[in-house]
Write a protein that binds this ligand. Structure first.
Ligand code: NAG
Ligand code: NAG
Length: 282
């Protein structure tokens, strides 16, 4: 009787140890496989987390505009040009850093809202200020606006992609107010790698940023006029949720076309934002 019990115990013991050994070995192999793929995944994950942390918290009012910005901006030469994009004649204003200003190598593309055009960016001295900061500036009249022809832009994401290609800009900072969101939002969804930075100002079409789509990892500062209770408030929520590398900076006492009411603050935010984009490339 005792022998049988001992044999059973021995058998159970042997069986259990074998099972445990097998489990340990399989576990180790699994862990090894996981570890190998994880070191690769971890690195990009870590980088993504670091990017999110950086852009969510970076201080965009840290530096004031250079004290000579207005004088340098006044020296900027704005050129008027036309190109054909998808059989539409597109008018745009272009400026380079004026003499004596070191080029940053960054490019800024300015779109405009309904009832506006590239002319507003010239009058507001945004083109001059950005060029004075060392950037190449391109302010575009969208089809059917300003001095561009009506045309049929077709797929607006592709239209913007072709426009940027023809303007020979890579990874620009795209400033997109209000109705120009009908171009910029489909564009960032379709070409999430194309921009160096994104500045949506109460854009339309944010409903296209679906909750189940992959998150956009574009350095972004979301701005809007604090008095713009409709589109401004609505768009900021969606943008903030869908772009983890973003932060919201409202412009106080400003309406829907917020930059018109707070040009100095708007230029200061752009200044810090682009400086950080540039610094993180180095
Ligand atoms: C530049 O000009 C604007 C008015 O156009 C003024 O409010 C601002 O203080 C000036 N900035 C500097 C740095 O002088
Ligand atoms: C833009 O078009 C208007 C007429 O619609 C014209 O007066 C103006 O000179 C044009 N501007 C440029 C820069 O071509």
């Amino acid at each position: 009787m005792a022998q049988v019990r001992t044999a059973t115990l021995l058998f159970l013991f042997a069986g259990t140890s074998t099972l445990i050994s097998v489990m340990i070995i399989t576990g180790s192999i699994q862990k090894l496989i996981q570890h190998t793929s994880r070191t690769v995944k971890d690195e990009s994950r870590e980088e993504a987390l670091e990017n999110i942390d950086f852009w969510r918290n970076v201080e965009l009012e840290e530096s004031d505009l250079p004290s000579n910005i207005n004088e340098t901006a006044a020296q900027t030469q704005v050129e008027y040009r036309k190109i054909s994009v998808m059989e539409t004649d597109i008018f745009y204003r272009e400026a380079q850093p004026p003499e004596g200003v070191r080029s940053s190598g960054e490019a800024v593309v300015l779109l405009h809202g309904e009832g506006f055009s590239s002319k507003n960016w010239e009058e507001l001295k945004t083109i001059g200020a950005l060029a004075a900061m060392g950037h190449r500036v391109l302010a575009v009249d969208l089809p059917g606006h300003g001095n561009s022809s009506q045309g049929d832009p077709g797929d607006k994401a592709d239209f913007l992609q072709e426009l940027l290609t023809k303007l020979e800009v890579t990874k620009p900072v795209l400033v997109s107010p209000s109705s120009s969101g009908s171009y910029s939002i489909p564009f960032v969804i379709k070409y999430p790698q194309a921009l160096g930075g994104f500045v949506p100002i109460a854009p339309v079409s944010t409903e296209k940023l679906k909750a189940n789509a992959p998150e956009l990892m574009i350095p972004t500062f979301i701005t809007y006029g604090e008095l713009d209770l409709d589109l401004g408030h609505r768009s900021r929520e969606v943008l903030f949720a869908r772009i983890p590398t973003s932060q919201i900076v409202p412009l106080p006492d400003a309406n829907h076309a917020a930059y018109l009411d707070q040009p100095v603050l708007f230029h200061t935010l752009l200044y810090n934002f682009i400086q950080n984009i540039h610094a993180r490339k180095a």
